[in-house]
Structures are given as structure tokens and as C-alpha cells.
Write a protein that binds this ligand. Sequence first.
Ligand code: ASP
Length: 327
Amino acid sequence: MLMLLKRGGLAAGLAMLATTGAVAQSYPTRPVAITVPFAAGGPTDVVARTIADAMTRAMPGASVIVENVAGAGGTIGITKIARASPDGYSLLIHHIGMSTAPALYRKLQFDPLKDFEYIGLINDVPMTMLVKNGFPPNNLKELVPYLKANAGKVSFANAGIGSASHLCGLMFMSAIEVDLTTVPYKGTAPAMTDLIGGQVDMLCDQTTNTTQQIKGGKVKALAVTSPKRLETLKDLPTMTESGLPGFTVGIWHAMYAPKGTPKPVIDKLVATLQAALKDPAVVRRHSELGAEVVSTDRATPDALQKHLTAEIARWSPIIKKAGVYAD
Ligand code: ASP
């Protein structure tokens, strides 16, 4: 009886393997949707659309599209993918916020370390500190005393709790010991529209959303958050040069699938992501926007899992100490 059961189990296992193998071979047979947990037109969206186009080119017969599921600092979109069918047709591209959400949200509907299959890291992206045109300070040295004198009147936009713009703002306010009024948006695309329109005063956002606006003179950039100046924005000093030594924030994007997505499908997605990261259009777009794609050894499930685990451990005490949270 035991033998029969074992044999039955083995046969069922082999049949399942054969099915998943066959599924992976024919995968994808319909469009693959990447969820971006922020508004269209923003920095995460720009990265995801560039990658989706390159994945479409790299996977014969495939069509990879982007869906924006914005709100609550990205947690609505992440939850959608945590609960999606694990069939390879629902993926997620998200940034550093995946590692800060567990400390920031008291009622999180997903676990970054349990509810996902990891595909790989995508890029590293610096940020820039911006103010609206016409805002009196012209550099960080002038900005700090201005904010101390006008704290109650200055508004700082972000993409919701746990977004990179929120983290950058928190770090900035804590570094200069001033509390500003924060204004949450569904992404930094709408925040940028309001900064250009003069409805908000400040924004710290990724270069993938800010480079063109800075070059076009639509906003005033005061500093870059990378350790060194950027080739693309050579005249912009670092935060360290501007009087805030050690103030560096860099963000990273990565790709995920729901837990249980078959391994052969994940393997195919890893190979496709790695091909996309070598696509000349992806490399060029990143360097035009001051960002950098990761090397192939970082675009793997293993490297992403290690990075995410380390980032959660790095951010949790910082966030707990800051006493910031959301329900
Ligand atoms: N990445 C942006 C942020 O975290 C949001 C966005 O992509 O729209 O602020």
C-alpha cells in the first residue's frame, strides 16, 4: 500500500513536472502584465516601460505590458501581485519601498520575504532635491536657514508613505531638524506636475523623473543625493558638498512574481530580464537619465533575495527610530 502510494506520488510528481515544463516551453501564450505601484509617467513607470519593451523584444512572440496600480505608497499594487495567480502573467516592478514597507505599515497585507518569487535586481538610481521655480533659495546653503525660518509655510511632495521620495524627505528633515508639511501623491509624476505648476514647494525624486525637467528649466535643482556628481547633471553639487556630509540616498528597482510561480517560468523570466538589461535601448535610456542597470550577477533571484533581506534589516531600525508609521 505504502509502495503504491509512493509510486502514485512519484507518478503524480513526474506528471506535474512534465506539465510545468510544457507550460514553461510554451510560456507566454498571452500578454504578461507588469504592475507598477505608482502613477503613469513617474520614475518607476519609466523604468518599467523601458524594461517591458526590451522584454517583449527578448521573448519571441511575447507581449509585455505595464499596468499602474497606484496608492498607499505602492502597497496597493504590491498586494495585488502578492495575491495574483502564480502563472507568470502577473509581475511586479517596485523599488526600495519593498524593503521599507514592513517597518512603516502596521497592517501590511503582504510579506516581502514570503509572498514572492524573486526574478532579479534591475538598476541603481540616484535622486535630486528640487524646489519650484521662483522659490527663493538657490542652493542648499541658502535653503536650510530659509526652511528653519519658514517651516510652517513650506510643502514637501512625496509619493506616499514608504515611497522613495518620502524616505528622502524624512532623511532630509531629520538631517536639518525641521518639520515640513508633506503632501502625498499617487506617484511622483503628479507630484512633479504640481511642482512645475507651483502648487507644492519641494520634491526629492529619482533622476529618471527629474533629469529632463531640470535640463528644461521647469524646476530648480539644488543637489544630487549620490556620493559623487553625475555625468548627466555635472553642475549639480552633491548633498555632501552642499553642507550635509554623508547624506546619500540611492534607490534600486527589482522584479517579482507571486509565490508559487513555476520554476521553469521564473527561469525564463530571469533570462529575459538579463537580456533586457543588456538591450542597448535600456542601457542608453538609463545613462541619459543618470541611472545604471545592474550587472548580470545581480539580476538573479538569489542576489535579489539577499539584497532585499539586507535592506529590510538596514531600514527597520532607522524607521522605528524615526517613529514613522501608517495603518
Ligand atoms: N518612485 C517614486 C517615489 O518613490 C514614485 C513613482 O515612481 O512615481 O517617490
